[in-house]
Design a protein around this ligand. Structure first.
Ligand SMILES: [Fe+2]
Ligand SMILES: [Fe+2]
Length: 400
C-alpha cells in the first residue's frame, strides 16, 4: 500500500480531498496536514511514498516545503497541487517538484499522476540500469549556469537583465546559446547579439533548455564514431526533435507547461547516447556499426550489448538532475511510449512522434535505424488521424 501525505492550509480543501479520495482508501494510506511544519513532522515520524502539497500557504510555502523534502526525504515523490496558473509559482519550485496538478483535481487524475511517478521510478530503479551507471565513470554534471539560473529565478525580484547577465558570465555557454538562437531552428528575423536579448525573444524556458543541452554536449569529447554518427549530427537531431515536439504539442492544443516540457525533453531525449559514447566509446562504436550494417533498432542492440538503452540512462541522468517527471518520462520512454502509464497527450507523445519524424526527414544522419511510430500507443490516445497534419507541419519547418 502506498502512503500519501496531503498538505493544504485550507481545512475545507483537505476535507474535500479526503471525501473525494475515500474510494482510494484500500490502495493508499492517506494522511492530511495543514501546514508545511506539520507535514515535516509527520515525515520525521514515518516515511511517505508521495507528498502532495499546495503552493500558497502562510508560514512555510509549498516551494520551501518541497525543497526541504527533497533534501531530507529524497525518495518521496513530490507533487504540487496548485490553483495558480501563473508561471511564478512554477518557477519557484523548479527542481523541487516532480509533477504538477491543477486544482480542482479528481481522483482519476491524481491516481494517474501517482501511477506515472511510480512507473518511472521502477524503470530508474532497475538493476541492469544501475549496473551500467555503476560502470560509468562520470555522469555529466548539471551545468553550473543552469543552477545559477534556477537560483536567480527563485528570487522574487528577478529580471530578464539579471538572467541574461548570469548566462553572459559563462562565455562558452553564451557563444553556444547565441549560435543556437541565431540558427535556422528558430527562424528569428533579427540577429540576436546578447543573452538578455535571447531570453526576451525566446522566453526563459527555451533558454533554460538550451543551457542544459549546451552543457551536456560541452561535456562530451568523442566527436565522431561512425560515418553516420557524429556529435554534430546528434546535436542537429536533438534540436530538430525539440522544435518538432514543440510544434506538435502546440498543434495538439496542449497547455503551455506541456509545450515547454516537450521542447526541453526533445532537445535532451538522446542525451543518454552522449553518456554511453563518452564512457564506452569502443563498445558503442561496435553497437552503432551493428545497427548500421544490420539495420537493427539502436535500443535493441544497446540492450543486448550493454544491458540498458540510451533512453534509460538519459532519463536516469535527468532524474538526478531533478528535472520534472514529464520530461524524464518523455526521455525514458521515447522509443517505447506504451510503457508509460499515461494515456493522455504528454511531452512523451510529442517527443516520440517528433523523434520518428526527424529520423524520417534526415535519412543521411540515420544513426538510429528502424525508428518506428508505436501505433498501438497513438491509437489509444486517438492521435492517429493527426499524424498527417503533424508530419506536414514538421516537414515545412524552417529548421529543415
Ligand atoms: Fe533515441
Ligand atoms: Fe532520437
Amino acid at each position: 500500500m502506498k502512503s500519501i501525505l496531503f498538505v493544504d492550509d485550507e481545512p475545507n480543501v483537505l476535507e474535500g480531498l479526503q471525501r473525494m479520495l475515500y474510494p482510494m482508501r484500500k490502495e493508499w494510506r492517506m494522511v492530511f496536514a495543514q501546514s508545511g511544519e506539520e507535514a515535516l513532522k509527520r515525515m520525521e515520524e514515518e516515511p511517505f511514498d508521495v507528498i502532495v502539497s499546495d503552493m500558497r500557504m502562510p508560514g512555510m510555502d509549498g516551494a520551501t516545503l518541497l525543497a526541504e523534502v527533497m533534501k531530507r526525504f529524497p525518495q518521496t515523490v513530490r507533487i504540487v497541487l496548485t490553483g495558480q496558473t501563473g508561471n511564478e509559482s512554477v518557477f519557484r519550485s523548479v527542481g523541487a517538484a516532480h509533477q504538477f496538478l491543477m486544482k480542482p483535481c479528481n481522483p482519476t487524475a491524481l491516481k494517474a499522476c501517482v501511477d506515472r511517478a511510480f512507473t518511472l521510478r521502477d524503470l530508474l530503479n532497475n538493476d541492469a540500469l544501475k549496473r551500467v551507471v555503476a560502470r560509468v565513470e562520470s555522469l555529466p554534471a548539471l551545468p553550473a549556469t543552469y543552477t545559477r539560473l534556477i537560483k536567480e529565478l527563485q528570487s522574487p525580484e528577478t529580471s530578464l537583465a539579471a538572467i541574461g547577465k548570469i548566462i553572459e558570465t559563462d562565455v562558452a555557454m553564451t557563444a553556444k546559446v547565441l549560435q543556437l538562437v541565431n540558427s535556422a531552428f528558430f527562424g528569428l528575423r533579427q540577429h540576436v547579439a546578447s543573452a538578455t536579448q535571447a531570453v526576451t525573444y525566446l522566453g526563459l524556458d527555451t533558454i533554460k533548455a538550451l543551457v542544459l543541452m549546451a552543457g551536456v554536449f560541452a561535456q562530451a569529447h568523442v566527436t565522431k564514431l561512425t560515418a553516420a554518427f557524429s556529435l554534430e549530427s546528434l546535436w542537429r537531431h536533438s534540436m530538430l526533435v525539440g522544435v518538432y515536439a514543440q510544434a506538435i504539442s502546440r498543434s495538439a492544443g496542449a497547455d503551455d507547461e506541456t509545450i515547454r516540457n516537450a521542447f526541453t525533453a526533445g532537445v535532451l531525449h538522446d542525451a543518454g547516447i552522449l553518456i554511453l559514447v563518452e564512457n564506452f566509446a569502443e563498445d558503442y562504436r561496435k553497437i552503432l556499426e551493428i545497427c548500421e550494417t544490420r539495420q537493427l533498432p539502436l535500443a535493441q542492440v544497446e540492450e543486448a550489448g550493454l544491458g540498458c538503452t540510451h533512453a534509460g540512462i538519459g532519463a536516469y541522468l535527468l532524474g538526478i538532475w531533478g528535472l520534472p517527471d514529464p520530461i524524464v518520462e518523455a526521455v525514458a520512454f521515447h522509443h517505447s511510449p506504451g510503457q508509460c502509464a499515461a494515456r493522455i497527450f504528454t511531452p512523451l507523445s510529442a517527443v516520440h512522434i517528433a523523434d520518428v519524424f526527424a529520423h524520417e526527414m534526415t535519412e543521411a544522419e540515420h544513426y538510429e535505424p528502424g525508428r518506428k511510430l508505436c501505433h498501438e500507443y497513438l491509437e489509444a490516445l486517438g492521435l492517429q488521424e493527426k499524424l498527417g497534419q503533424w508530419r506536414e507541419i514538421c516537414s515545412k519547418d524552417i529548421s529543415k
